[in-house]
Design a protein around this ligand. Structure first.
Ligand SMILES: C=C(O[C@@H]1C=C(C(=O)O)C=C[C@H]1O)C(=O)O
Length: 295
């Protein structure tokens, strides 16, 4: 016998039940995250973008039905932010005037306090000094007079590291639809998500061409993506290098670099890594694809 069509009342009762179940699960998730926070301890910072990336990739891959993947990601950004906010006082520093506040809000939660400071350098300092948990800073550019990244080459637990690239999903981040992108800096260890890019700072006593840098890196099995240079007062050069793959502070390829560069690299320090963001097609839904075809 065919099933009788559900009445509007019955369908609404089903939605009420689902809402209650969803709410119970969110309450439970936040409680477990609070316990994760207590288990982490002082040497294990709260902000873990690599773990968030692994979760989002898994959820997007197993998704189905008519709820768009971009909406799924948006929901989880708020869930992560609420989860983080009960582990630590979640405050995000940005440089006022560089249009990164909306991006920071869409990544770290619409209710998360944003601290607008005078420059990206001050935003990074706010993280070093514990005034903010995360700084959202512009992508490194070449020829900057005071690049925010120049403080990252030092060792130590209170030196901020690059931990994420924003947006993680353009389709889920309206403020990034014009191509705006940024990096997030926090006092968190470098963690691999399984598909990553990394940043290292190379220190040299002289200016080095991009092609020489690329060759030295290739000899040490490292693939260069981007470079930014900064000349320190005492004629020391710093290069912020973006590399393919994950490179952590103990990576033996960094040690090999000195040997492959005619010893012109004085120091090589791993200063960051980020999970490779979703491509638009990763978030494409069967429904939206069929809508496009129907046009
Ligand atoms: C719960 C954790 O802390 C934070 C919150 C996460 C979450 O809500 O899933 C994930 C990573 C961290 O940014 C964790 O590290 O697992």
């Amino acid at each position: 016998m065919a099933q009788a069509p559900a009445t509007l009342d019955a369908l609404r009762r089903e939605i009420d039940e689902i809402d209650d179940a969803l709410q119970e699960l969110l309450i439970r998730r936040n409680e477990v995250s609070r316990r994760v926070g207590m288990t982490k301890g002082p040497g294990s910072p709260a902000v873990r973008p690599a773990r968030e990336a692994v979760i989002l990739r898994r959820l997007v891959a197993r998704h189905r039905g008519s709820l768009p993947r971009a909406v799924l990601v948006r929901l989880w950004r708020e869930i992560f932010s609420a989860s983080l906010a009960q582990q630590i006082p979640l405050k995000v520093a940005v440089a006022g005037g560089n249009r990164l506040a909306p991006l920071a809000r869409e990544q770290y939660g619409v209710l998360t306090p944003i601290l607008e400071l005078g420059s990206p350098v001050r935003a990074v300092n706010a993280v070093a000094e514990g005034e903010a948990a995360i700084a959202v800073v512009p992508l490194p550019g070449d020829g900057e007079s005071d690049p925010w990244w120049r403080f990252l080459g030092r060792d130590g637990q209170t030196v901020p590291r690059i931990v994420a690239r924003l947006p993680f999903a353009v389709a889920a981040t309206p403020s990034a639809s014009d191509g705006t992108a940024a990096l997030a800096v926090a006092l968190s260890p470098l963690e691999a998500s399984g598909d990553d890019r990394s940043y290292v700072i190379l220190e040299t006593a002289e200016q080095i061409s991009r092609s020489a840098l690329r060759d030295w890196l290739a000899k040490a099995d490292l693939t260069l993506r981007e470079t930014s240079a900064w000349r320190d007062d005492d004629s020391r050069w710093l290069y912020l290098i973006e590399l393919e793959g994950f490179v952590d502070p103990k990576d033996e390829r960094l040690g090999r670099l000195a040997g492959t560069s005619e010893s012109r690299i004085l120091r090589a320090t791993a200063v960051g890594a980020y999970a490779v963001p979703f491509e638009d097609e990763d978030l494409a839904d069967w429904q939206s694809a069929s809508k496009l075809e129907a046009r």
